[in-house]
Write a protein that binds this ligand. Structure first.
Ligand SMILES: [Mg+2]
Length: 275
């Protein structure tokens, strides 16, 4: 029988927005699900394309919503993009279109931040969910890109779900404006790229076949898991009709997180290898 948790499964990685919570509301049964995994010796991690907050801020937000955490790994695009820059290019001069946390994470890795007004052309412009993004900044990014600045994006999501079904514009929608002018697609380190999955696996010293990715976005969470060789659980929310047309096959599909909890409970009941 095909199970979410098999003998060799060591960790479940969860997306956050639209999976563990919606806007500021915790998904039903989120705590029970995490407890069930802990009691079965399965490790838990969170992999998020969030580019506005660092791990500590995300941890506080989750606790504030009532999620009980045990120091689990929170891998996010905010901090990962800074590490990516260091690993690939060493210390570079960076202009940041994004949050204060993104700027801090990049400066924290020893990169030199340039202000937008600076005449100096950046080595790299990092683009995250920049809530101050406007026409002047777009012009600046285009100017510097044509003069040799490398463009790098935290994540390619066009939107994420907010409370009460609201659609929140994401980094990908800003990237679409930039790419339409620079004429090429910009590298993004968020899911579905391997980068965040690799950081999460490295933290727990695991291989893809030992992990399962759970998320609501077929094009990012599930496509990335598939690409790296992880099993996946797709949380297919109502209003996902557009995603249905994508040629991406999750290993399992549930309607909401609480259904995954029920599924794991039933797996455990019939399991001959876990208590
Ligand atoms: Mg999501």
């Amino acid at each position: 029988m095909n199970r979410v948790i098999e003998k060799n499964t060591k960790a479940l990685f969860f997306d956050l927005d639209g999976c563990i919570y919606y806007g500021r509301k915790l998904a039903e049964r989120a705590n029970e699900l995490l407890e069930l995994l802990r009691s079965g010796g399965i490790r838990i991690g969170f992999i998020t394309n969030n580019s506005r907050e660092d791990a500590a801020e995300i941890g506080r937000k989750l606790s504030g919503m009532g999620l009980r955490l045990n120091d689990e790994q929170i891998v996010n695009a905010t901090e990962a993009v800074a590490s990516y820059l260091t690993e690939r290019y060493g210390r570079v001069n960076v202009k940041v279109a994004g949050s204060e946390s993104l700027r801090r994470a990049i400066a924290g890795q020893g990169h030199r931040l340039l202000e937008w007004e600076a005449r100096e052309i950046a080595d790299t412009i990092v683009i995250g969910r920049d809530t101050e993004f406007d026409y002047r900044r777009l012009q600046r990014i285009v100017d510097e890109s044509f003069r040799g600045a490398r463009l790098l994006s935290t994540n390619a999501d066009r939107s994420h779900p907010g409370e009460d079904g609201r659609v929140i514009p994401e980094t990908g929608s800003l990237m679409a404006a930039i790419e339409s002018i620079v004429g090429s697609s910009v590298k993004s380190i968020g899911k579905p790229d391997n980068c965040l999955y690799e950081l999460a696996m490295r933290a727990y010293k695991l291989t893809p076949s030992e992990c399962v990715m759970v998320g609501d976005n077929l094009a990012t969470d599930i496509a990335g898991a598939d690409r790296i060789g992880m099993k996946s659980v797709w949380i297919r929310q109502s209003g996902s009709d557009l995603q249905d047309r994508l040629p991406i096959k999750p290993t399992f599909t549930v309607g909401k997180l609480s259904e995954l909890y029920e599924l794991l409970l039933s797996e455990r009941e019939y399991s001959d290898y876990r208590v």
